[in-house]
Ligand binder design. Structure first.
Ligand SMILES: [Fe+2]
Length: 284
């Protein structure tokens, strides 16, 4: 009888300890989740490489695609971006908008462009935040002075050191931008929002590079991105897609807006290589 009483008391003791373990575990997991989302993942840059075959290309083109910096300071992330971009040795760099969220941060964005432009030529388009949250004219002036070639609804012919030429197009308004394109050359279009892909159907565009979605910024397991700001749907929040013969790359960007956190949506530097089809390489 005494033995049974002892067992009952032991069991009661265990039961009273159990909830403390559970609460402790939940607190620890929550603390880890917060630290990871606010301080670790936003600085953990991913560098995906995408290899695109474009029939009008005769020689390889290697570019770095950045987006949505929303630059707020100069620290670990900015230094890491610069050194990772340098490692990829690109022919040129493109930025698909949302440089800053506030006019007072324009000097930081200019410093960023100045540093990048010492690695390779930098081209870009404005994003929605660059139009609505800041002095756009001042931003455009300062970034241009720092070395950025801003494309406002225009097509720009680039010739690389290897002799390959291409059309680089920056758009807000499609028709006026695409007018100057040489359709015999590869065409890469920069537009902040991936929604532009739905308007490209009738144009000879090989690649559309965009951002804007931040990859959802906050993604939930099994559900995916919560908010994407694209009419294309959550499936198109980030990555490479093909629409009627045009590649679409949606970049998760480097910075954050609204909530300074990222969950399952790491910042990225995309390295895009555009190659001629096998057997069509022109090595002259
Ligand atoms: Fe953005």
């Amino acid at each position: 009888m005494e033995a049974i009483k002892g067992l009952i008391q032991n069991q009661r003791g265990l039961n009273s300890v159990k909830p403390d373990y559970i609460v402790g575990f939940i607190l620890l997991a929550t603390a880890y989740f917060i630290i990871h989302s606010f301080f670790i993942e936003p600085n953990n840059i991913q560098v995906p490489y995408e290899h695109l075959t474009v029939k009008s290309s005769g020689k390889p083109i290697i570019l770095v695609h950045l987006s949505d910096m929303h630059i707020k300071g100069w620290g670990e992330l900015e230094e890491d971006v610069i050194s990772k971009v340098k490692e990829t040795n690109p022919d040129f760099i493109v930025i698909t908008g949302d440089f800053v969220n506030h006019t007072k941060r324009i000097p930081l964005a200019a410093k960023f462009i100045d540093t990048l432009s010492r690695i390779a030529p930098v081209y870009g388009v404005m994003g929605n935040n660059d139009y609505t949250e800041v002095d756009t004219e001042l931003l455009a002036d300062e970034l241009t002075k720092a070395g950025l070639k801003l494309l406002f609804n225009e097509s720009f012919l680039i010739t690389l050191l290897n002799g390959q030429s291409l059309n680089l197009v920056g758009i807000d308004d499609l028709k006026s931008a695409i007018l100057g394109m040489d359709s015999a050359l590869p065409s890469i279009v920069l537009a902040h929002s991936p929604d532009m892909i739905t308007q490209l159907k009738e144009y000879p565009v090989d690649v559309l590079l965009s951002g804007h979605t931040h990859g959802g910024q906050i993604c939930l397991p099994l559900i995916g991105p919560v908010i994407t700001h694209t009419k294309l749907g959550r499936r198109y929040a980030s990555g490479l897609f093909e629409f009627n013969g045009t590649y679409l790359y949606v970049n998760r960007g480097l910075g954050m807006s609204v909530l300074p956190a990222r969950v399952l949506a790491r910042p990225e530097i995309a390295v895009i290589s555009v190659w001629p089809p096998v057997g069509k390489e022109n090595n002259c």
